[in-house]
Ligand binder design. Structure first.
Ligand SMILES: NC(=O)c1ccc[n+]([C@@H]2O[C@H](COP(=O)([O-])OP(=O)(O)OC[C@H]3O[C@@H](n4cnc5c(N)ncnc54)[C@H](O)[C@@H]3O)[C@@H](O)[C@H]2O)c1
Length: 339
């Protein structure tokens, strides 16, 4: 791994599906101080398509990790592979940016994070919303005391439609896969969560029931600060990816919403229509680039990247508390969920 500012950080992207291909595109030309060296994916076509700017496409992680031109890995394979790949990359001394979540349970997450800590390699978890300019400003303003003490927090997110079955099967479940973004935003803005109460239903696609999962949920959060929060999530909003965050405090409120692709309203026979981003890959395109840029900047400057291992573990712990709450139909203290 290099902290040398004169040479760009060489990346291997592991997994070149929806999100990995986007990261590869950014690394091939849109991130200062970085270059794409390798793409690893068992799907040869996916690897080849993502291997831009002269990068080597392959299917062998060990070969990529043995390449001295690879300083860092960006893990974007299905969630079930993250922990093993993290441990291999840490053992090879590579800096690691890993898509969320690290693992499908807390013990796997803690184990992988311990390995990373022992190896002493830089680590960042892919909570991209922290790098979205609107979300970042809400977090900054709250921490700067603009609202005074926070009283209420609300975060709402939905995808345009359900994911393919193969993704659902490998996703670790709605709370760990998707709601975890809202959980991390809640922690980022309001601090640690003490108690969670979860409601969940299958309202969108019976496939989720087949995997013991839900596709529609409401979580209430009790923060250590005393503030209350609610997270509303759905796997379907037919008009496109939709999300908002709202924070109330003694001195007012902050709202991030209505992030539209353009500011144009179109008035036609069907009524008024805004240009919404249809998919999260479009809505958060800048945030995905900025998170990689922040990782590269931190590694090259010898700083610990953020969000790191603590965020990977603590956001997942809240997701586990939500899963337990849903299963047992009761509020769950996050402290109950032991590593
Ligand atoms: N931060 C975000 O907003 C965000 C968004 C989407 C996905 N993700 C995360 O990224 C990961 C990938 O999601 P996706 O939507 O791109 O999935 P995807 O199914 O579109 O792509 C996964 C890719 O990984 C490849 N793959 C399978 N096994 C592999 C292995 N052992 N090693 C390397 N590659 C392998 C597949 O061939 C496929 O090309 C998931 O963990 C998901 O939670 C994060």
């Amino acid at each position: 791994m290099t902290g040398d500012r004169s040479t760009p950080l060489g990346f291997a992207v592991i997994g070149a599906g929806r999100i990995g291909a986007l990261h590869a595109r950014h690394l091939a030309g849109a991130v200062d101080g970085a270059r794409l060296v390798r793409v690893v994916d068992p799907d040869a076509g996916a690897a080849r398509r993502a291997a831009l700017a002269g990068a080597v496409a392959g299917d062998d992680l060990a070969e990529a990790l043995a390449d001295p031109a690879v300083d860092a890995v960006l893990i974007a394979s299905p969630t079930v592979h993250h922990a093993d790949q993290l441990e291999a990359a840490a053992a090879a001394g590579k800096a690691i940016l890993c898509e969320k979540p690290v693992a499908d349970d807390l013990s796997g997450t803690v184990r992988a994070m311990d390995t990373v800590r022992r190896a002493g390699v830089p680590f960042q978890i892919g909570f991209n919303r922290r790098f979205d300019p609107a979300y970042a400003e809400v977090g900054r303003a709250v921490r700067a005391g603009e609202l005074g003490p926070v009283e209420l927090f609300r975060s709402q997110s939905s995808d345009p439609g359900p994911a393919p079955e193969a993704y659902i099967a490998a996703s670790a479940g709605f709370f760990h896969d998707s709601v975890i973004h809202d959980i991390d935003t809640a922690r980022f803005v309001c601090g640690e969560v003490e108690r969670v109460t979860a409601l969940g239903r299958v309202r969108v696609d019976p496939l989720y029931a087949k995997y013991g999962d839900v596709d529609t949920s409401v979580l209430t959060l009790e923060f250590a600060s005393g503030a209350l929060g609610v997270l509303m999530n759905s796997r379907r909003t037919v008009y496109g990816h939709d999300l908002r965050v709202e924070v109330h405090g003694a001195l007012g409120k902050l709202v991030a919403e209505d992030e539209r692709a353009t500011k144009v309203w179109r008035y036609g026979p069907g009524g008024p229509r805004g240009d919404y981003y249809h998919h999260f890959l479009d809505r958060f395109r800048d945030a995905y680039r900025l998170e990689v840029q922040a990782f590269v900047d931190a590694v090259r400057a010898g700083r610990a990247p953020e969000p790191g291992a603590v965020d990977a573990v603590e956001s997942l712990r809240v997701a586990e508390a939500a899963r337990l709450s849903l299963r047992e139909g009761r509020p769950v203290d996050v402290a109950e969920v032991a590593s």
